[in-house]
Design a binder for this molecule. Structure first.
Ligand SMILES: *Cc1c(COP(=O)(O)O)cnc(C)c1O
Length: 237
């Protein structure tokens, strides 16, 4: 159960965040309906995630399987089924369980991970394909996740040959120390390269609490916001 005061706070934060996204769209001359808000609930309790769904927030994100799986199960127990977006680095041994709750995986960045997702989704009893985005390492430092830019087209071609994955587009996190506008302009070029392989892969997942305005200006179709809606996180391990 969520305390009434927390629920009111989440409602206010959601309203303020949706207004800010709409304003960023207006500044960019874009339709506010062209940007989907994903609220990243990592480190916050399942009760907060449940309250957000009850407040009408349909898309939630998580970045660690160990936390996402029990949270998704807790919400399902309450009869709440948000669209779950997995946005963090994913180990192959976690893939069979991740495909059971994830509707989207934003962090596909290597051939073996794509193959494991295809296999696991094929084995799963879940109906429908898994939506995937190719995560790009814009600065080539792949330790934080993401494929080098040169590997995007081969990965897109690999996934185009699959039956249980739908390639939807690209995702990135602005590299540390980069101007967000420069990062997201480069991501847009990556999106164009991927769309030359698969014209349906039109989604661009970019923008966090500190830089979503720049991402919207550069064409983001999905923004992933945590702190703006839920508040500051405790220091993470
Ligand atoms: C945590 C996280 C976010 C949200 O970050 P905030 O700064 O809280 O908005 C977005 N994307 C990824 C991949 C994350 O891990």
């Amino acid at each position: 159960m969520t305390a009434p005061a927390r629920r009111i706070q989440l409602q206010e934060n959601l309203n303020r965040t949706r207004d800010a996204i709409a304003a960023a769209c207006a500044d960019a001359g874009r339709d506010p309906g062209s940007v989907r808000l994903i609220v990243v609930t990592k480190t916050f309790p399942a009760a907060d995630a449940a309250a957000l769904v009850e407040l009408g927030q349909a898309d939630l994100g998580e970045n660690r399987h160990q936390e996402a799986a029990p949270k998704a199960a807790a919400l399902a127990e309450l009869g709440l089924e948000p669209v779950w977006h997995f946005v963090g680095q994913l180990q192959r041994n976690k893939v069979p369980s991740a495909v059971e709750y994830a509707d989207w995986v934003h962090s596909v960045d290597r051939p073996k991970l794509a193959a494991a997702l295809e296999h696991a989704r094929k084995m799963s009893l879940r109906v429908g394909n898994l939506n995937v985005l190719l995560q790009v390492s814009l600065d080539g430092d792949t330790s934080r996740g993401g494929a080098p830019i040169a590997e995007l087209e081969p990965l897109a071609e690999q996934i185009a040959g699959y039956h249980c994955l739908d390639l939807k587009g690209v995702m990135a996190v602005a590299p540390l120390g980069w101007e967000p506008a420069k990062a997201f302009a480069l991501l847009r070029e990556c999106s164009e390269a991927v769309r030359r392989v698969d014209p349906a892969a039109t989604e661009i997942s970019a923008g966090m609490s500190g830089d979503f305005r720049e991402a919207v200006a550069c064409g983001a179709t999905m923004v992933r916001l945590g702190r703006n809606v839920l508040g500051e996180r405790e220091a993470m391990a």
